[in-house]
Design a protein around this ligand. Structure first.
Ligand SMILES: O=C(O)C(=O)CO
Length: 301
């Protein structure tokens, strides 16, 4: 029902003896974050939390580690669907499709003020911030659209991988200064929260397009709204928001923003892959006391 009743149920001993929990992304809207308070209500028998999602910012991993609880996520299962959504938003934002699509549905063809001419991806520099599975997948797809790939990441890829996806490694500053399109593909954690804010917008090339399929929290939404009104950012494609399901009004009302309500992995095939991945973590935890994909912070656990 809600966090209070979940805490009450857990504290009543209803889950005593459980060793593994399967957790859905959507459960956040009921229980809130899996943090120290929530963990303290769960039984001491709990040793594994198998999260159905690639991003696991809804789970306080250090608090789980302190309680001896292992956490898994679903890396790679989400790569194609999320990168596909990234490309959809990239093309839609470059083409100013949001307004035309909305006005057509209200019977006004391209709208009272037709949208500005869009831009082609061919020859444009795509800067990818965060080169994990989704970033690499998106690089391959963007290559097919004739884009030049640059990336910045905590660690540089192996030369063979860089070669395969024709990606050039650059530092964060260069990525901001020289990208025509910036795609955010990094996880949300304390060191990436609002990694893109006013100073970073100021350092970008004028007229940049921004795409975010990662987490809303990696970008300062209010600063984005300002960067749009100053013309620094010319168009945006978003699947994720700082306080879902709330969306900053400055984004809702801006015709240069393409908005999707967090549907990056919302396909039959990808949901099936994610569920199978999560349940195989559950099975492995029960059968062998290990996880197939423990989160990186716990790799030594
Ligand atoms: O897998 C994830 O992290 C998601 O955002 C699911 O939509």
């Amino acid at each position: 029902m809600d966090r209070a009743s979940f805490l009450a149920e857990a504290s009543s001993g209803a889950f005593d003896g459980c060793t593994v929990a399967y957790r859905t992304f959507e459960s956040f809207s009921v229980t809130g974050k899996v943090d120290a308070e929530l963990l303290s209500a769960l039984p001491p028998s709990l040793r594994f939390i198998c999260h159905n999602g690639a991003g696991y910012d809804q789970v306080d991993v250090p608090a789980c580690t302190a309680r001896g609880i292992h956490v898994s996520n679903t890396p790679s299962a989400v790569d194609d669907a999320t990168a596909d959504m990234g490309m959809f938003l990239l093309l839609g934002a470059l083409r100013n499709l949001a307004v035309g699509m909305a006005s057509l549905r209200t019977g006004h063809w391209r709208g009272a003020t037709p949208p500005a001419l869009g831009h082609d991806p061919q020859g444009k520099v795509l800067g990818i911030l965060g080169m994990g599975g989704i970033g690499r997948n998106m690089a391959k797809k963007a290559l097919a659209f004739g884009m030049k790939i640059r990336y910045s990441n905590r660690t540089r890829l192996e030369p063979a991988v860089e070669k395969e996806i024709e990606a050039e490694y650059v530092d964060f500053k260069t990525l901001l200064a020289e990208s025509d399109v910036l795609s955010l593909n990094l996880p949300l954690n304390p060191s990436t929260r609002r990694i893109i804010s006013s100073d970073e917008f100021a350092a970008m090339k004028k007229g940049i397009t921004i795409v975010n399929t990662a987490r809303g929290g990696v970008m300062d939404e209010a600063a984005l709204v300002e960067a749009l009104s100053s013309g620094k950012v010319s168009s945006v494609g978003l699947d994720v928001y700082e306080e879902e399901p709330k969306v900053h009004p400055g984004l809702l009302e801006n015709p240069r923003v393409m908005l999707v309500p967090h549907m990056g992995t919302y396909t039959v095939e990808t949901h099936q892959k994610m569920e199978e991945w999560t349940i195989s973590n559950v099975a492995m935890a029960l059968e062998s006391g290990r996880l197939q994909s423990i989160v990186p912070e716990q790799s030594e656990m």
